[in-house]
Structure formats: C-alpha cells, structure tokens
Design a protein around this ligand. Structure first.
Ligand code: MN
Length: 714
C-alpha cells in the first residue's frame, strides 16, 4: 500500500511549490471518515483513495487534483456531505469531488440511449473540469487492478465498460499508458483464454527476444552515433491487447504475429527526428503505407511522433517511433504534460486548445436532441479506427478504417453488395478499391446481372463483406457443378438408352441418393459435377446389371488409376469443396509453388494446370475453379527438365548422382544427341516443390560441361 509520504514526495518532486498542506489535510479527513471500512480485498478502504492519488501524482497533476483524488469516494461512501467538504476544503475541491461522485452513479448498461446519455454526462463533466475525468480514470485503473475480488458477473460488466468507455477516453486524452493498462486488464477478464495464450506466447523465448531487443537497440545507437545524433533508444514488448487486436484485424494466428516488439528513438529536436527517420529507412526497408507523420500533422489530442514499420535485420517487421523528448512527455501523460494549472487560474490557452474537441462536443450536443445521433458524434471522436460515411439519404454508417465501397455496399444489404458494380463518392466515380474517408457520401451503383468477384477478397476490410463474398462463391460453384453434373448424367444415361429426367423422380433414384450418403438429389448431381462420383456409378445402381459393361469399365478404371487415388486431395485444396478427385495436367506438371488453376473435368473431378499452361488457357472459363496448394501435405510431384551439355564420358552418371544427392528421385530419363557433340538429356524427377526443383537445377548447373538446365512442359 502506498503511503501518504510517498505521494507528497512525488508531488514536491515535480512541483516544489505545490500546496502540500491541502493534500495532507485531505488525507487526515479521508482517513477519519473511511475509518473501519474494508475493501473486498480485505485491505483498509483508505488504500484505494491513496492509490488513486498516487496515480494522479504519476500523471504529475496539481495538488488540488491529488487532494480531490484522496477525497473522491467520501461523499458516495461515507457520512461526509458536500457541504462539509465545502466548509473544510473550499469550492474548487468540492466541485471536483461532486463531479466524480455524479460520474460514479452512471452505469453504462446495454441500452444505446442510456449509454449515450451517460457518455453525454461524462463529456459535460470533462468540459466542466477535466480533472473530474482524470480522477475517474485513475479510480477505474485501480479498480481494475483489484477486480478479482468481485463476482464473475460484476467483473465482466466492469471490464466491458472499461473497454468500451474508459479506455477510448484515456486514448482521446492522450494518456496512452492508462489506455494500455485498462485494455490489458479488461482483456484479461473478458477473454481469459486468449489472454493466457498471448501471455504464454510472449513469454516463450523471452530471453532470446530480450537479446534481440538489445542487439537491435545497440545497432540503432551505433548508427545514430555515427551520424552525430544524440539519442535514447528503447525497445519494449507490445501490450497484450494490441497483439490480440492485430490478430483479429489481420486474421492471424498468434504464431503469425511477429511484430510484438517495438522500438522508440528519442532525440532533442524535430529536425534531428527526421534525420533519424532517414537513417532508419536507409538501414532497413520501410513497409509501404506504414509511415505516419504525426509531427507534421499532430493527433487532435496533441500527440506527436513519427511512426514507421521496417523490415528488420532478420526479415521481421519492426515498428519504430521517433520523437523529441518533449513529445515523449506528451505521449506518456497526454494532457497532463500541458498542465500549467497554477493555483487560482482555471485554465490557460494551451489547455483551451487541447480541449477544443470537448467544447465542440458540448456545443453540438446542445443542438442535437436525439441521443443516438449524439452518440454517433461522440464515437467519431472516441473511436478513431472507425470511419464514418454517409448514405445518399444522409444516414451515417461506420465502417472499419481502410474499408472500401464494397464493404459499404454489404453493410447496406447483402444484395447490394452482391450486385455492386461501381461506386460514386461525393458524386465522383471511384474504383471499388477506393479507401473510404470520414465524411464521404457513398453511392453504390448496382447491376442486376452483376455478381461478386474473387478479387474483392483481396481488398475488403469488414467481416461481413468477406463472409458474404465467400458464401456467394461457394453457392455459385455448387450451382455450376450442379448444371455440369446434370449435363453429364443426361448424356451418360442417353447412351444407355435411359431417360435421366424421368428416372430423377423415381423411387430408385431416392435409394441411390441414400446409397451414396447424400441428403438430396441435387447434392448427388452436384457431386457428379465435382467428379466425386461418375454418372456410370449412378446408372449401375439404378439398373443393376449382372454383367457390367467390361470395356467401359476398364477404360474408366484406367483413367481413375491415373488419378492419385491414395490421397484424393494430393496436396491441393479446392476452395469450397471437400473430398474431391484431383489430378494434375500431364501437359504442364505443376509443382507446389507454381501458380495454379483448376478446371472441372467431366466426370473426373478437378484437373490442375499451371496458370500459364497453354492447355489451361484453352479451357472454358465456366469450368474454372479456385485451387491452392495444401502446404501441410508433403508429397513429391513429377517435373520434366532438359539438361543440355557437351558430351563427355560419365556425364549422365554425374547428373543422375547430383539429382539423387539433392533428394529427388529420377522417374525417367532419356537422351538425344544433337549436332557437334551437344547432348540433350531429359529427366522426369520427383520433387517436393519449386524450391526443391530450384535447388536440384542449380546443383546440376555446377557440373562441368553443362550448358543449360531448364524446366520444360513436356
Ligand atoms: Mn473509487
């Protein structure tokens, strides 16, 4: 437990002229009225107001704030009255304590209107005296630290409220260390499992990571020193909630979040900061679009810094912040850094400027009667990661930062999204990848015959748009294979002088559906289109023949045996479809790492070609289907290479030995002698992927008398 002397020391450290007397008197009074009260933690109640006052002293606030912090709970929780406080401590402190007491009575329930009303009160309190909010933040911070003594229900409610209301307010006021602590503690209670995972992830290899921080840090210091820049470099782990948000936003598994370490370079002046940025960018390649100049354009809460992300020494991303010492002070304590509260003087020009936004909100709320509308306005200021745009009718919609007209279209309605053909922003046609900005009026141009494109998945930001586009593609692929399956069945049945469409309605067909384990006839037919079963299999079930058509059978078997039967997926993922026969184009022999495209082949599933294969280009686009390499599955794939060399004794043996030494099997080999002692050797070798192939090829190139080694199509 913090002692009153610690608090007094802290305050006189940053303000030797502070009125310590008022803090001491507040302490004595608070100790008297809280006497005998115990917190849920079992500690004397007084520990809480003291901790809160300690946090306020960490924020370097004035003596009145610290004293008010010690008194913040007396009206609410003891027999003390506002009048008594007024008599002992005067108007200023009473005013603040009253404000905190009023705020404490607010509960941010789920009802939107009530929440709006409460945020409104909060903002009015801020406009009235910002210290009320600062005390409330310190109060919440300490309450979060001791939240484990509450019941589960209460814990969740308080944690959610902290995340929804208090953390954004702390961020808006520029007090980032409080924002981070509020977010991390809320996160710990709201998603304990995720929290634990990230915590463990960050702590594994901690030693190694610390060594890494040290290495990068001293490297930066050395380079800055060489450029005669005096600086201080700090490396730190990012806080858990920010790692979690990164995972959610970018859809990453936590092993994939590499940039959990950030560096900060502190310099003396602004020109030196830009110079340092130049050095960082010359050392490591900057990641495009990640550079932010908050020195040139400060955040509304006065935050200033240069932010950049670079590809670090080991190919990993590093976030680097560069700023002056003064800017660092502001970033740490936000508005408190601008605090020039002199006794008796309510606020100065600097503070007035800083809080212009509060003034704005207050003025606006007087003109806006509707609480929902007011809340929307507040959100714009409190949640900078969202962008607010308007429909042509003037309704306001929030989309994630970076969202495009396609995201907006899906937000309006799934149909609008699916038929989105173009967009106008404030009357001007924009590309579908256009990044929406707050204040844009967005009009979506639809086309009844239009449909989503797979490319959209590369730029949409909202979860809704992404899932709806995927859904559409899946349905559409099913419909396509249904049409194809029907076409194939009709043909095959006709050959056997059967009428597919008549049989479709028969009872026998119902049995066939059941036999193959499908729920509906459509599923059965679609699976023919996908190539999971053949029309012939259906025919045999529906008209069991004592002797099956041997000739037909053998051709079928032959073709199927060419398909990789043991592993039907064979290292390929077909989007939206499970368990499908896959074979590889003999013409182009794709290997993992090659760009590939799939084509639905009549009756035999999906054939995979290299995207640039001539045969693939000839296929009907109707039959095209998205496929991807399944990199979890290690297999080998045949690929043909041509080795051109001067003929010499033992050449073939050398090549063969090199191939097998590099882990590839030779499937077949042949040679052709060309003019003047030049020999072409052709090998079909089994490799794991394109990297493996590259390795083999470059090893062969090193053999003496080799002229050229080349992958060939057939
Ligand atoms: Mn309290």
């Amino acid at each position: 437990m913090i002692r009153i002397n610690d608090i007094l020391d802290k305050v006189s450290n940053y303000n030797p002229e502070a009125n310590l007397d008022i803090i001491e008197r507040a302490y004595i009074y608070s100790a008297r009225v809280h006497e005998g009260q115990i917190r849920l933690s079992g500690e004397p109640y007084l520990s809480h107001p003291l901790e809160v006052a300690g946090i306020l002293a960490d924020m370097k606030l004035d003596a009145v704030s610290v004293a008010a912090g010690i008194l913040h709970d007396v009206i609410e929780d003891t027999h003390a009255t506002a009048q008594e406080i007024m008599e002992i401590f005067g108007e200023e402190i009473t005013h603040i304590v009253n404000g905190v007491t009023k705020l404490s009575a607010l509960s941010f329930g789920s009802s939107q209107a009530r929440q709006a009303e409460n945020i409104r009160k909060m903002i009015l309190a801020m406009a009235d005296d910002i210290r009320v909010i600062l005390i409330k933040l310190a109060d919440r911070l300490h309450n979060m630290v001791t939240l484990n003594f509450h019941s589960e229900d209460k814990r969740l409610k308080i944690a959610q409220e902290t995340l929804d209301i208090y953390a954004p307010i702390a961020a808006r006021l520029g007090i980032y260390w409080i924002k981070k602590e509020l977010e991390d503690t809320s996160f710990m209670y709201l998603q304990p499992e995720e929290y634990a995972k990230i915590k463990e992830f960050v702590s594994t290899n901690r030693e190694e990571r610390e060594k890494y921080i040290e290495t990068v840090k001293s490297f930066i210091e050395k380079k800055m020193d060489e450029a005669n820049l005096k600086c201080e470099v700090m490396g730190r782990f990012k806080y858990y909630y920010s790692i979690y948000q990164k995972m959610i936003k970018q859809g990453l598994a936590f092993e994939e979040v590499y940039d959990i370490i950030a560096f900060r370079i502190i310099l003396d002046t602004i020109p030196k900061s830009y110079e340092a940025l130049g050095i960082v960018h010359s050392l490591w390649k900057p990641v495009p679009k990640k550079f932010k100049d908050y020195i040139g354009v400060p955040k509304p809460n006065m935050y200033q810094s240069l932010h950049t992300t670079v590809i670090g020494p080991y190919g990993e991303r590093i976030e680097i912040q560069i700023r002056t010492r003064e800017m660092d002070k502001v970033a740490k304590s936000g508005i408190a850094a601008h605090w020039s509260y002199k006794e008796g003087k309510r606020s100065d020009e600097q503070i007035r400027k800083t809080f212009a936004w509060i003034q704005n909100l207050v003025e606006n709320q007087e003109n806006i009667g509707d609480p929902d509308e007011f809340l929307e306005n507040v959100r714009i200021d409190l949640f900078p990661d969202e962008v607010y745009v308007f429909t042509p009718r003037g309704e306001i919609k929030s989309v994630p930062r970076g969202a495009t007209p396609v995201d907006f279209a899906y937000l309006i309605h799934t149909e609008v999204g699916n038929q989105c053909a173009g967009a106008k922003v404030s009357g001007r046609i924009v590309p579908l990848q256009y990044e929406l900005k707050t204040g844009d009026t967005v009009e979506i141009i639809t086309n009844k015959k239009g449909h989503p494109s797979k490319d959209w998945l590369n730029f949409v930001k909202s979860v809704k748009a992404r899932s709806r586009i995927r859904q559409w593609i899946k349905t559409e692929e099913k419909e396509r294979s249904l049409t194809l399956g029907r076409e194939m069945c009709e043909k095959a049945f006709r050959k056997d002088r059967l009428n597919f469409n008549t049989l479709l309605k028969s009872e026998d067909m119902g049995k066939v559906v059941e036999y193959f384990g499908f729920k509906t006839i459509d599923d059965l037919i679609a699976s023919v289109g996908y190539g999971k079963i053949t029309p012939l299999q259906i025919i045999r079930k529906i008209t069991p023949k004592p002797e099956p058509d041997e000739k037909h059978e053998s051709i079928l078997e032959k073709i199927i045996s060419r398909v990789r039967k043991k592993k039907p997926k064979a290292g390929i993922v077909v989007k939206g479809v499970d368990d499908i026969l896959v074979k590889f184009g003999k013409c182009c022999q794709p290997v993992p790492g090659d760009p590939i495209t799939g084509y639905i082949t009549r009756g035999y599933g999906v054939t995979v070609h290299r995207t640039r294969c001539v045969n693939a280009l000839k296929m009907s686009p109707e039959r095209q289907i998205d496929v991807q390499w399944n990199l979890d599955l290690v297999d080998t794939y045949p690929v043909k290479i041509r080795v051109r060399s001067y003929d010499r004794v033992g050449m073939l043996a050398d090549i063969a030995a090199t191939i097998s030494k590099n882990g590839a099997n030779i499937v077949s080999a042949s040679t052709e002698t060309r003019e003047s002692k030049i020999v072409d050797s052709f090998f079909t070798i089994a490799v794991e992927d394109t990297n493996h192939l590259k390795k083999v090829v470059s090893a062969i190139r090193k053999i003496s008398n080799i002229q050229e080694v080349k992958r060939i199509d057939r």
